[in-house]
Design a binder for this molecule. Structure first.
Ligand code: MV4
Length: 444
Protein backbone atom coordinates (compact mmCIF):
# COMPACT_ATOMS: atom_id res chain seq x y z
CA UNK A 1 0.00 0.00 0.00
CA UNK A 2 1.05 3.60 -0.50
CA UNK A 3 2.80 5.41 2.35
CA UNK A 4 1.82 8.92 1.34
CA UNK A 5 -0.67 10.39 -1.14
CA UNK A 6 -0.82 13.96 -2.39
CA UNK A 7 -4.37 15.20 -2.79
CA UNK A 8 -4.50 17.53 -5.78
CA UNK A 9 -7.84 19.07 -4.89
CA UNK A 10 -9.71 21.14 -2.32
CA UNK A 11 -13.10 21.35 -0.62
CA UNK A 12 -15.32 18.44 0.28
CA UNK A 13 -13.69 15.93 -2.07
CA UNK A 14 -10.22 16.62 -0.63
CA UNK A 15 -11.69 16.00 2.83
CA UNK A 16 -13.37 12.81 1.57
CA UNK A 17 -10.04 11.49 0.22
CA UNK A 18 -8.15 12.42 3.41
CA UNK A 19 -10.70 10.38 5.40
CA UNK A 20 -10.15 7.34 3.17
CA UNK A 21 -6.36 7.74 3.57
CA UNK A 22 -6.64 7.87 7.36
CA UNK A 23 -8.68 4.68 7.47
CA UNK A 24 -6.14 2.94 5.21
CA UNK A 25 -3.18 4.12 7.33
CA UNK A 26 -1.85 6.30 4.50
CA UNK A 27 -0.37 9.73 5.17
CA UNK A 28 -2.28 12.49 3.41
CA UNK A 29 -0.56 15.53 1.96
CA UNK A 30 -2.87 18.44 1.16
CA UNK A 31 -2.03 21.23 -1.25
CA UNK A 32 -3.68 24.63 -1.06
CA UNK A 33 -3.80 28.04 -2.67
CA UNK A 34 -3.38 31.34 -0.80
CA UNK A 35 -7.19 31.60 -0.66
CA UNK A 36 -7.43 28.20 1.09
CA UNK A 37 -4.84 28.56 3.85
CA UNK A 38 -7.54 28.09 6.53
CA UNK A 39 -9.55 25.50 4.59
CA UNK A 40 -10.84 22.31 6.22
CA UNK A 41 -8.82 20.00 3.96
CA UNK A 42 -5.62 21.76 5.10
CA UNK A 43 -6.56 21.27 8.74
CA UNK A 44 -7.46 17.60 8.40
CA UNK A 45 -4.50 16.40 6.33
CA UNK A 46 -1.28 15.11 7.91
CA UNK A 47 0.68 17.74 6.00
CA UNK A 48 -0.05 20.69 3.71
CA UNK A 49 1.92 22.65 1.14
CA UNK A 50 0.97 26.00 -0.41
CA UNK A 51 1.23 25.69 -4.20
CA UNK A 52 0.34 29.17 -5.37
CA UNK A 53 -2.12 32.04 -5.58
CA UNK A 54 -5.92 31.84 -5.46
CA UNK A 55 -6.46 31.51 -9.20
CA UNK A 56 -6.64 27.78 -9.90
CA UNK A 57 -4.58 28.01 -13.09
CA UNK A 58 -1.69 29.07 -10.87
CA UNK A 59 -2.32 26.59 -8.04
CA UNK A 60 -4.61 23.55 -8.30
CA UNK A 61 -3.92 23.29 -12.04
CA UNK A 62 -0.18 23.91 -11.77
CA UNK A 63 1.29 20.61 -12.96
CA UNK A 64 4.95 21.52 -12.33
CA UNK A 65 4.29 22.61 -8.77
CA UNK A 66 2.22 19.50 -7.99
CA UNK A 67 4.81 17.10 -9.35
CA UNK A 68 7.70 18.77 -7.55
CA UNK A 69 5.66 18.79 -4.32
CA UNK A 70 5.14 15.02 -4.62
CA UNK A 71 8.87 14.53 -5.16
CA UNK A 72 10.04 16.81 -2.35
CA UNK A 73 7.54 15.29 0.11
CA UNK A 74 8.43 11.75 -0.98
CA UNK A 75 4.84 10.78 -1.76
CA UNK A 76 4.11 7.92 -4.18
CA UNK A 77 0.71 8.79 -5.57
CA UNK A 78 -1.59 11.66 -6.51
CA UNK A 79 -5.34 11.59 -6.01
CA UNK A 80 -6.94 14.14 -8.35
CA UNK A 81 -10.52 14.06 -6.96
CA UNK A 82 -12.93 15.50 -9.56
CA UNK A 83 -12.59 18.65 -11.70
CA UNK A 84 -9.19 20.39 -11.93
CA UNK A 85 -6.69 17.83 -13.36
CA UNK A 86 -8.81 14.71 -12.83
CA UNK A 87 -9.46 14.11 -16.55
CA UNK A 88 -6.37 15.77 -18.00
CA UNK A 89 -4.48 13.01 -19.83
CA UNK A 90 -1.40 15.24 -20.32
CA UNK A 91 -1.15 15.48 -16.53
CA UNK A 92 -1.51 11.71 -16.19
CA UNK A 93 1.24 11.26 -18.78
CA UNK A 94 3.49 13.62 -16.80
CA UNK A 95 2.87 11.54 -13.66
CA UNK A 96 3.61 8.30 -15.53
CA UNK A 97 6.90 9.72 -16.85
CA UNK A 98 7.96 10.76 -13.33
CA UNK A 99 7.05 7.41 -11.77
CA UNK A 100 4.18 8.88 -9.75
CA UNK A 101 1.05 6.73 -9.45
CA UNK A 102 -1.97 8.69 -10.69
CA UNK A 103 -5.04 7.38 -8.87
CA UNK A 104 -7.20 6.77 -11.91
CA UNK A 105 -6.94 5.06 -15.30
CA UNK A 106 -3.86 5.16 -17.52
CA UNK A 107 -3.32 8.19 -19.77
CA UNK A 108 -4.10 6.27 -22.97
CA UNK A 109 -7.47 5.03 -21.69
CA UNK A 110 -8.27 8.53 -20.42
CA UNK A 111 -7.38 9.95 -23.85
CA UNK A 112 -9.81 7.57 -25.60
CA UNK A 113 -12.69 8.49 -23.31
CA UNK A 114 -11.84 12.20 -23.54
CA UNK A 115 -12.54 12.08 -27.28
CA UNK A 116 -16.27 11.49 -27.71
CA UNK A 117 -15.88 10.08 -31.26
CA UNK A 118 -13.36 7.50 -30.04
CA UNK A 119 -15.50 6.75 -26.97
CA UNK A 120 -18.59 6.12 -29.13
CA UNK A 121 -16.62 3.98 -31.52
CA UNK A 122 -15.29 1.68 -28.78
CA UNK A 123 -18.77 1.47 -27.25
CA UNK A 124 -20.23 0.46 -30.60
CA UNK A 125 -17.46 -2.10 -31.17
CA UNK A 126 -18.17 -3.53 -27.72
CA UNK A 127 -21.86 -3.88 -28.74
CA UNK A 128 -22.99 -1.31 -26.19
CA UNK A 129 -26.11 0.46 -27.54
CA UNK A 130 -25.49 3.93 -29.02
CA UNK A 131 -27.81 6.39 -30.79
CA UNK A 132 -27.50 6.57 -34.59
CA UNK A 133 -24.57 8.81 -35.46
CA UNK A 134 -22.16 9.91 -38.18
CA UNK A 135 -19.73 7.05 -37.34
CA UNK A 136 -16.81 9.49 -37.60
CA UNK A 137 -15.92 13.16 -37.19
CA UNK A 138 -17.51 15.35 -39.87
CA UNK A 139 -15.79 18.31 -41.54
CA UNK A 140 -17.54 18.57 -44.92
CA UNK A 141 -20.79 20.58 -44.96
CA UNK A 142 -22.40 18.62 -47.77
CA UNK A 143 -21.61 15.36 -46.01
CA UNK A 144 -23.00 16.78 -42.76
CA UNK A 145 -26.29 17.44 -44.50
CA UNK A 146 -26.42 13.95 -46.02
CA UNK A 147 -25.69 12.33 -42.66
CA UNK A 148 -28.30 14.42 -40.83
CA UNK A 149 -30.93 13.48 -43.44
CA UNK A 150 -30.02 9.81 -43.15
CA UNK A 151 -30.28 9.93 -39.32
CA UNK A 152 -33.47 12.04 -39.45
CA UNK A 153 -34.22 15.35 -37.72
CA UNK A 154 -33.86 16.56 -35.06
CA UNK A 155 -30.14 15.87 -34.71
CA UNK A 156 -27.49 17.05 -32.27
CA UNK A 157 -24.11 18.31 -33.35
CA UNK A 158 -21.59 17.49 -30.61
CA UNK A 159 -17.96 18.47 -30.15
CA UNK A 160 -15.50 15.54 -30.02
CA UNK A 161 -13.61 17.27 -27.22
CA UNK A 162 -16.82 18.33 -25.48
CA UNK A 163 -18.64 16.48 -22.77
CA UNK A 164 -20.66 17.45 -19.77
CA UNK A 165 -22.97 19.32 -22.14
CA UNK A 166 -20.45 21.76 -23.55
CA UNK A 167 -20.37 22.25 -27.32
CA UNK A 168 -23.76 20.86 -28.40
CA UNK A 169 -26.13 22.26 -31.04
CA UNK A 170 -29.68 21.02 -31.59
CA UNK A 171 -30.83 21.17 -35.21
CA UNK A 172 -34.52 20.74 -36.09
CA UNK A 173 -34.56 21.24 -39.86
CA UNK A 174 -32.53 20.60 -42.98
CA UNK A 175 -32.55 24.33 -43.72
CA UNK A 176 -30.72 25.27 -40.54
CA UNK A 177 -28.17 22.45 -40.52
CA UNK A 178 -25.27 24.03 -42.39
CA UNK A 179 -25.28 27.29 -40.43
CA UNK A 180 -25.51 25.38 -37.11
CA UNK A 181 -22.72 23.08 -38.27
CA UNK A 182 -20.45 26.09 -38.93
CA UNK A 183 -21.30 27.67 -35.58
CA UNK A 184 -20.78 24.37 -33.73
CA UNK A 185 -17.30 23.97 -35.22
CA UNK A 186 -16.34 27.56 -34.42
CA UNK A 187 -17.61 27.26 -30.85
CA UNK A 188 -15.81 23.94 -30.38
CA UNK A 189 -12.57 25.48 -31.60
CA UNK A 190 -12.96 28.45 -29.25
CA UNK A 191 -13.91 26.29 -26.23
CA UNK A 192 -11.59 23.28 -26.66
CA UNK A 193 -9.00 24.32 -29.26
CA UNK A 194 -10.42 21.52 -31.43
CA UNK A 195 -13.13 22.01 -34.08
CA UNK A 196 -13.89 18.30 -34.49
CA UNK A 197 -17.64 17.57 -34.33
CA UNK A 198 -19.95 14.62 -35.00
CA UNK A 199 -23.67 14.28 -35.60
CA UNK A 200 -26.07 12.20 -33.51
CA UNK A 201 -29.76 11.34 -33.39
CA UNK A 202 -31.54 13.51 -30.81
CA UNK A 203 -33.17 11.79 -27.86
CA UNK A 204 -36.18 13.75 -26.56
CA UNK A 205 -36.56 14.20 -22.75
CA UNK A 206 -34.47 11.23 -21.60
CA UNK A 207 -33.27 10.47 -18.11
CA UNK A 208 -29.57 10.65 -17.23
CA UNK A 209 -28.72 7.30 -15.62
CA UNK A 210 -25.12 6.40 -14.86
CA UNK A 211 -23.49 3.15 -13.79
CA UNK A 212 -20.66 3.08 -11.22
CA UNK A 213 -17.95 0.61 -12.14
CA UNK A 214 -14.78 -0.72 -10.50
CA UNK A 215 -11.96 -2.48 -12.33
CA UNK A 216 -8.71 -3.96 -11.05
CA UNK A 217 -5.45 -4.42 -12.96
CA UNK A 218 -6.16 -8.15 -13.47
CA UNK A 219 -9.19 -7.81 -15.74
CA UNK A 220 -11.90 -8.05 -13.05
CA UNK A 221 -14.73 -5.53 -13.49
CA UNK A 222 -17.90 -5.09 -11.43
CA UNK A 223 -20.69 -2.52 -11.37
CA UNK A 224 -22.31 -0.98 -8.30
CA UNK A 225 -25.65 -0.21 -9.89
CA UNK A 226 -26.93 3.11 -11.09
CA UNK A 227 -27.51 6.70 -10.08
CA UNK A 228 -30.36 8.81 -11.39
CA UNK A 229 -28.92 12.26 -12.18
CA UNK A 230 -31.54 13.88 -14.39
CA UNK A 231 -32.18 16.83 -12.07
CA UNK A 232 -29.68 19.36 -13.30
CA UNK A 233 -29.51 22.94 -14.49
CA UNK A 234 -27.17 23.99 -17.27
CA UNK A 235 -25.37 20.63 -16.95
CA UNK A 236 -24.76 21.12 -13.22
CA UNK A 237 -26.40 18.31 -11.29
CA UNK A 238 -28.45 19.46 -8.32
CA UNK A 239 -29.94 16.32 -6.76
CA UNK A 240 -29.04 12.68 -7.38
CA UNK A 241 -30.45 9.40 -6.14
CA UNK A 242 -29.86 5.67 -6.10
CA UNK A 243 -31.52 3.52 -7.22
CA UNK A 244 -33.18 5.12 -10.28
CA UNK A 245 -36.97 4.91 -9.84
CA UNK A 246 -37.32 3.80 -13.50
CA UNK A 247 -35.11 0.69 -13.28
CA UNK A 248 -36.03 -2.82 -12.31
CA UNK A 249 -33.52 -5.56 -11.57
CA UNK A 250 -33.49 -6.76 -15.17
CA UNK A 251 -32.79 -3.36 -16.73
CA UNK A 252 -30.16 -2.69 -14.03
CA UNK A 253 -28.38 -5.93 -14.96
CA UNK A 254 -28.51 -5.08 -18.67
CA UNK A 255 -27.13 -1.58 -18.15
CA UNK A 256 -24.54 -2.85 -15.68
CA UNK A 257 -23.43 -5.57 -18.11
CA UNK A 258 -23.16 -2.99 -20.93
CA UNK A 259 -20.97 -0.78 -18.72
CA UNK A 260 -18.76 -3.75 -17.80
CA UNK A 261 -18.43 -4.78 -21.47
CA UNK A 262 -17.23 -1.26 -22.35
CA UNK A 263 -14.68 -1.26 -19.50
CA UNK A 264 -13.35 -4.68 -20.47
CA UNK A 265 -13.05 -3.62 -24.13
CA UNK A 266 -10.72 -0.73 -23.23
CA UNK A 267 -9.01 -2.54 -20.31
CA UNK A 268 -10.21 0.17 -17.96
CA UNK A 269 -8.66 0.27 -14.48
CA UNK A 270 -9.85 2.02 -11.31
CA UNK A 271 -13.29 3.42 -10.59
CA UNK A 272 -15.35 5.09 -13.28
CA UNK A 273 -18.83 5.98 -14.40
CA UNK A 274 -20.56 5.05 -17.63
CA UNK A 275 -23.29 7.56 -18.52
CA UNK A 276 -26.41 6.55 -20.39
CA UNK A 277 -29.49 8.28 -21.72
CA UNK A 278 -32.62 6.30 -20.86
CA UNK A 279 -35.62 7.13 -23.07
CA UNK A 280 -39.30 6.91 -22.20
CA UNK A 281 -39.45 3.39 -23.71
CA UNK A 282 -36.70 2.30 -21.29
CA UNK A 283 -34.17 1.99 -24.11
CA UNK A 284 -30.68 3.05 -23.04
CA UNK A 285 -27.81 4.50 -25.03
CA UNK A 286 -24.17 5.09 -24.11
CA UNK A 287 -23.40 8.79 -23.78
CA UNK A 288 -19.90 9.17 -22.30
CA UNK A 289 -17.61 7.77 -19.64
CA UNK A 290 -16.23 9.71 -16.68
CA UNK A 291 -12.82 8.46 -15.63
CA UNK A 292 -12.87 9.94 -12.11
CA UNK A 293 -14.65 9.64 -8.78
CA UNK A 294 -17.85 11.67 -9.08
CA UNK A 295 -19.44 14.29 -6.85
CA UNK A 296 -22.49 12.04 -6.41
CA UNK A 297 -20.59 8.85 -5.50
CA UNK A 298 -21.99 8.85 -1.90
CA UNK A 299 -25.50 7.74 -2.95
CA UNK A 300 -23.95 4.55 -4.33
CA UNK A 301 -21.90 4.11 -1.14
CA UNK A 302 -25.06 4.45 0.95
CA UNK A 303 -27.06 1.80 -0.95
CA UNK A 304 -24.21 -0.68 -1.47
CA UNK A 305 -22.22 -0.15 1.74
CA UNK A 306 -19.03 -0.01 -0.36
CA UNK A 307 -16.48 2.75 0.26
CA UNK A 308 -15.71 3.81 -3.33
CA UNK A 309 -12.73 6.05 -2.52
CA UNK A 310 -11.12 3.40 -0.32
CA UNK A 311 -11.53 0.82 -3.09
CA UNK A 312 -10.21 3.31 -5.66
CA UNK A 313 -6.98 3.77 -3.69
CA UNK A 314 -6.60 -0.01 -3.23
CA UNK A 315 -7.10 -0.61 -6.95
CA UNK A 316 -4.45 2.02 -7.78
CA UNK A 317 -2.08 0.15 -5.43
CA UNK A 318 -2.61 -2.92 -7.64
CA UNK A 319 -4.82 -4.78 -5.19
CA UNK A 320 -7.14 -7.40 -6.62
CA UNK A 321 -10.89 -6.64 -6.51
CA UNK A 322 -12.23 -8.68 -3.60
CA UNK A 323 -15.87 -7.74 -4.10
CA UNK A 324 -17.79 -10.18 -6.29
CA UNK A 325 -20.62 -8.97 -8.51
CA UNK A 326 -23.11 -11.32 -6.83
CA UNK A 327 -22.25 -9.89 -3.41
CA UNK A 328 -23.08 -6.32 -4.51
CA UNK A 329 -26.57 -5.67 -3.18
CA UNK A 330 -28.53 -2.47 -3.29
CA UNK A 331 -30.32 -1.83 -0.01
CA UNK A 332 -32.86 0.97 0.53
CA UNK A 333 -32.78 4.36 -1.13
CA UNK A 334 -30.35 7.27 -1.05
CA UNK A 335 -30.68 10.92 -2.12
CA UNK A 336 -28.00 13.61 -2.30
CA UNK A 337 -28.70 17.34 -2.34
CA UNK A 338 -25.86 19.57 -3.49
CA UNK A 339 -25.91 22.71 -1.35
CA UNK A 340 -24.38 25.50 -3.40
CA UNK A 341 -23.40 29.00 -2.25
CA UNK A 342 -25.71 30.78 -4.64
CA UNK A 343 -28.64 33.16 -4.70
CA UNK A 344 -31.77 30.95 -4.79
CA UNK A 345 -33.53 33.31 -7.23
CA UNK A 346 -30.77 34.30 -9.63
CA UNK A 347 -28.47 31.25 -9.31
CA UNK A 348 -25.55 33.69 -9.10
CA UNK A 349 -22.65 32.71 -6.79
CA UNK A 350 -22.88 33.95 -3.20
CA UNK A 351 -19.38 33.77 -1.72
CA UNK A 352 -18.55 35.12 1.74
CA UNK A 353 -17.79 34.28 5.34
CA UNK A 354 -19.90 31.57 7.00
CA UNK A 355 -20.97 33.32 10.20
CA UNK A 356 -23.08 30.46 11.55
CA UNK A 357 -23.35 26.83 10.51
CA UNK A 358 -25.47 24.03 11.92
CA UNK A 359 -25.26 20.77 9.99
CA UNK A 360 -27.97 18.09 10.06
CA UNK A 361 -27.34 14.67 11.56
CA UNK A 362 -29.14 11.77 13.15
CA UNK A 363 -30.17 8.44 11.65
CA UNK A 364 -29.43 7.96 7.96
CA UNK A 365 -27.91 11.41 7.40
CA UNK A 366 -24.41 12.06 6.06
CA UNK A 367 -22.86 15.45 5.28
CA UNK A 368 -19.74 15.80 3.12
CA UNK A 369 -18.40 19.34 3.31
CA UNK A 370 -15.18 21.31 3.05
CA UNK A 371 -16.38 24.26 5.16
CA UNK A 372 -16.97 25.02 8.84
CA UNK A 373 -18.40 27.86 10.90
CA UNK A 374 -16.04 30.81 10.50
CA UNK A 375 -14.54 29.68 7.20
CA UNK A 376 -14.89 31.57 3.93
CA UNK A 377 -16.44 30.50 0.62
CA UNK A 378 -14.08 31.88 -2.01
CA UNK A 379 -15.31 33.32 -5.32
CA UNK A 380 -12.41 31.58 -7.09
CA UNK A 381 -13.79 28.03 -7.00
CA UNK A 382 -17.05 26.20 -7.61
CA UNK A 383 -19.93 27.00 -5.31
CA UNK A 384 -20.50 23.54 -3.77
CA UNK A 385 -20.37 23.96 0.02
CA UNK A 386 -21.91 20.73 1.27
CA UNK A 387 -23.53 17.54 0.09
CA UNK A 388 -26.39 16.34 2.26
CA UNK A 389 -26.89 12.64 1.74
CA UNK A 390 -29.65 10.54 3.26
CA UNK A 391 -30.37 6.84 3.32
CA UNK A 392 -33.64 5.13 4.25
CA UNK A 393 -35.45 1.86 3.59
CA UNK A 394 -37.72 3.28 0.89
CA UNK A 395 -37.78 6.27 -1.48
CA UNK A 396 -40.70 8.02 0.30
CA UNK A 397 -38.85 7.66 3.61
CA UNK A 398 -35.67 9.02 2.03
CA UNK A 399 -37.59 12.05 0.76
CA UNK A 400 -39.06 12.70 4.23
CA UNK A 401 -35.64 12.23 5.81
CA UNK A 402 -34.09 14.72 3.38
CA UNK A 403 -36.80 17.26 4.19
CA UNK A 404 -35.97 16.81 7.88
CA UNK A 405 -32.22 17.17 7.20
CA UNK A 406 -32.69 20.34 5.12
CA UNK A 407 -34.88 21.72 7.88
CA UNK A 408 -32.03 21.23 10.39
CA UNK A 409 -29.48 22.81 8.03
CA UNK A 410 -28.78 26.40 9.10
CA UNK A 411 -26.25 28.78 7.57
CA UNK A 412 -25.65 32.51 7.98
CA UNK A 413 -23.35 34.71 5.91
CA UNK A 414 -23.97 33.21 2.49
CA UNK A 415 -27.06 32.38 0.45
CA UNK A 416 -27.69 28.80 -0.63
CA UNK A 417 -29.97 26.83 -2.94
CA UNK A 418 -31.63 24.98 -0.02
CA UNK A 419 -35.03 26.57 -0.94
CA UNK A 420 -34.72 25.03 -4.43
CA UNK A 421 -34.14 21.59 -2.90
CA UNK A 422 -37.18 22.03 -0.65
CA UNK A 423 -39.24 22.91 -3.72
CA UNK A 424 -38.00 19.85 -5.65
CA UNK A 425 -38.80 17.52 -2.74
CA UNK A 426 -42.43 18.76 -2.75
CA UNK A 427 -42.83 18.50 -6.54
CA UNK A 428 -45.45 15.94 -7.58
CA UNK A 429 -43.44 14.70 -10.56
CA UNK A 430 -40.39 14.24 -8.32
CA UNK A 431 -42.42 12.42 -5.68
CA UNK A 432 -43.80 10.13 -8.40
CA UNK A 433 -40.25 9.48 -9.65
CA UNK A 434 -41.01 11.19 -12.98
CA UNK A 435 -37.76 13.02 -13.59
CA UNK A 436 -36.04 13.69 -16.90
CA UNK A 437 -33.36 16.11 -18.01
CA UNK A 438 -35.94 18.90 -18.53
CA UNK A 439 -37.27 18.68 -14.97
CA UNK A 440 -35.79 21.96 -13.65
CA UNK A 441 -36.55 24.02 -16.78
CA UNK A 442 -40.24 23.13 -16.38
CA UNK A 443 -40.73 25.21 -13.23
CA UNK A 444 -37.68 27.09 -12.08
C1 MV4 B 1 -27.83 14.10 -25.73
C2 MV4 B 1 -29.15 14.49 -25.42
C3 MV4 B 1 -30.16 14.09 -26.25
N1 MV4 B 1 -29.87 13.34 -27.35
N2 MV4 B 1 -27.61 13.35 -26.82
C4 MV4 B 1 -25.64 16.57 -22.30
C5 MV4 B 1 -24.38 16.25 -21.61
C6 MV4 B 1 -23.62 15.41 -22.54
N3 MV4 B 1 -23.00 14.35 -21.82
C7 MV4 B 1 -24.62 14.89 -23.53
N4 MV4 B 1 -25.85 15.55 -23.25
C8 MV4 B 1 -26.96 15.23 -23.91
N5 MV4 B 1 -26.79 14.45 -25.00
C9 MV4 B 1 -28.61 13.00 -27.60
N6 MV4 B 1 -28.34 12.27 -28.70
C10 MV4 B 1 -29.35 15.29 -24.30
C11 MV4 B 1 -28.24 15.67 -23.55
C12 MV4 B 1 -28.55 16.52 -22.43
C13 MV4 B 1 -28.39 16.08 -21.11
C14 MV4 B 1 -27.92 14.83 -20.82
C15 MV4 B 1 -27.77 14.40 -19.52
C16 MV4 B 1 -28.11 15.25 -18.47
C17 MV4 B 1 -28.57 16.49 -18.75
C18 MV4 B 1 -28.72 16.93 -20.05
C19 MV4 B 1 -29.21 18.21 -20.31
C20 MV4 B 1 -29.36 18.63 -21.58
C21 MV4 B 1 -29.03 17.80 -22.65
Amino acid sequence: MFNKILIANRGEIAVRIIRACKELGIQSLAVYSDADKDALHVRLADGAVCIGPARSTESYLNVTSLISTVQVADAEAIHPGYGFLAENSAFVEACEKCGIKFIGPTSDVMKIMGNKVHAKRVAEEAKVPVLAWSEHAVTDEKEALEIACRIGFPVLIKASSGGGGKGMKLVHTKGSLVSSFRTARMEALAAFGDDEVFIEQYCESPRHVEIQIMADQFGNVIHLGERECSIQRRHQKILEEAPCPALDGRLRNRMGDAAIKLCKAIRYTGVGTVEFLLDSNNKFYFMEMNTRVQVEHPVTEMVTGIDIVREQIKLAAKRRLRIKQRSVQMRGHSIECRVNAEDPDTFLPSPGKIEELILPGGPGVRVDTGVYQGSTVSPYYDSLVAKIIVHADTRPEAITRMERALDEFHIKGIKTNVPLHQKILKDHDFIAGNTDINFISRYS
